[in-house]
Design a protein around this ligand. Structure first.
Ligand code: C2O
Ligand code: CU
Ligand code: CU
Length: 454
């Protein structure tokens, strides 16, 4: 089946097709095996394939996945590694695999210029040279990005470094270090996905899913757990809280560990963004049930189990972040995000594959000012703005200090209606890179530009 042929239903989602009381156990994606025995070289095989997934008991949903039927395995690498990818496209349609957040040359980025034809193979080679972080990967072909992601193409890409390994953070994958890929989906009566683009702010779903399960549960012991959260939704923002309003610590943003943990009782996370949080379950008792909620809706449930010994530690100082110096800036770019639904524009125009919108020299430091228009009528609530091939720093939000949890490395930044955010941007690799709104329906509608790093 071509992804273009997947049913794109237009109509209102039917919220009664799924019984959400029968939450499943949280699936934890497998770690992808490194095929290369040499230290310092990692080699991974990824197959992009069609499949069927049972989200609703007794019903099968046609889906897409990496090395499986829905979502993908977790790729884990270390700073300094040379990575050799072997991506086989088993679909009967084009795809690409974009490493969101990875700082690599344009030819390895996996954006719309690295299309993998059907039944073809793509084999980029790149080196990892950035701090420990939770990144992710997903398709990026013009016209099919949104639908291919919706049908299941997304996976996690974890980078470790000397610093992250030396800290005593929870880092036992699948045990006290768990990814949470949060998405929303709608279904038709027969169990197929219902992709409903609401023509305003993109495709929303009626059900929240984590790692491909509708409002699942996770059994946890009475200790600190690290969750690597990815907002993998096409369009929806999540405002995550624990049902008892207790606080947790955010230790990382998109591009790596924060300087020190940020304590909060909520986490606002927009499409494309990542956050790592530590939830301490040691104050709970066996049998306690805690919910993770977003705007009053259930995301998932934690069921607290036994007491356990916890040898992990969250230090006051997590990482050294070299501050980019605004005095060294030699360029300025202004990005205006406007409109809503399919009428969105970036700097007054829509994406054109044959037009390079901007350029910058490798290593040059610039300020980018991203602003969104506040409409008198109905308008977009805001846009998560993302840049490929770089990690940037937030200089200011509406002329004020950025939020505490956006003072680390970022590659995606939410700009609410009427806001102006200034960021410090530097590209360390040459090539052609996209920048765009990460509401995938906005991106598809042309809220994207491309820049050449020379
Ligand atoms: Cu997450 Cu242009 O992508
Ligand atoms: Cu990206
Ligand atoms: Cu947008």
């Amino acid at each position: 089946m071509r992804s273009g042929e997947f049913p794109v239903n237009v109509g209102n989602g039917n919220e009664d097709v799924v019984d959400t009381d029968t939450g499943r156990k949280l699936p934890v994606p497998a770690l992808l095996e490194d095929q290369n025995p040499n230290e310092g070289i990692s080699e991974f095989e990824i197959s992009v394939q069609e499949g069927e997934t049972e989200f609703i008991p007794g019903q099968t949903t046609p889906t897409l996945g990496y090395n499986g039927s829905y979502l993908g395995p977790v790729i884990k690498v270390s700073r300094g590694d040379e990575v050799r990818m072997h991506v086989r496209n088993e679909l009967s349609d084009e795809t690409s695999v974009h490493w969101h957040g990875l700082e690599v040359e344009g030819t390895a980025d996996g954006g719309p210029h690295q299309v993998i034809p059907e039944k073809d193979i793509w084999e980029p080679v790149f080196s990892i040279d950035q701090p420990a972080a939770t990144l992710w990967f997903h398709p990026h072909v013009i016209g099919t990005t949104a639908i291919q992601v919706y049908y299941g193409l997304a996976g996690l890409f974890i980078v470790e470094d000397e610093n992250s390994k030396s800290l005593n953070l929870p880092d036992e994958y699948g045990v006290n270090d768990i990814p949470l890929i949060i998405q929303d989906r709608s279904f038709t009566e027969d169990g197929s996905f219902l992709y409903y683009d609401n023509m305003m702010d993109g495709a929303y779903g009626d059900y929240i899913m984590v790692n491909g399960a509708i409002t699942p549960y996770l059994d946890v012991d009475q200790l600190k757990m690290r969750f690597r959260i990815v907002n993998g939704a096409n369009a929806r923002n999540f405002d995550l809280r624990l049902s008892d309003r207790s606080e947790f610590q955010q230790i990382a943003s998109d591009g790596g560990l924060l300087e020190s943990p940020v304590v909060s009782d909520s986490l606002f996370i927009t499409p494309g963004e990542r956050a790592e949080i530590i939830v301490d379950f040691s104050d709970y008792e066996e049998g306690d049930v805690l919910e993770l909620i977003s705007d009053g809706e259930l995301v998932m449930t934690f069921r607290v189990g036994e007491e356990a010994e916890d040898v992990t530690e969250i230090p006051e100082k997590l990482a050294e972040i070299e501050r980019m110096d605004p005095d060294l800036v030699s360029g300025f770019k202004s990005i205006e995000l406007d409109g809503m639904g399919h009428m969105v524009t970036l700097n007054g125009r829509q994406f054109d594959m044959d037009r390079i919108d901007d350029d910058v020299a490798e290593g040059e430091l610039e300020i980018w000012e991203i602003s969104t228009f506040r409409s008198m009528m109905m308008g977009s609530a805001g846009h998560p703005f993302h840049i490929h091939g770089t990690q940037f720093q937030v200089l200011s939000r509406n002329g004020e200090e950025p939020y505490q949890n956006e003072k680390g490395w970022k590659d995606t930044i939410f700009v609410q209606a009427g806001e102006t955010v200034r960021i410090l941007v530097r590209f360390r690799f040459k090539g052609l890179f996209m920048y765009h709104c990460h509401i995938l329906e906005h991106e598809e509608a042309g809220m994207m530009g491309q820049l050449e790093v020379y």
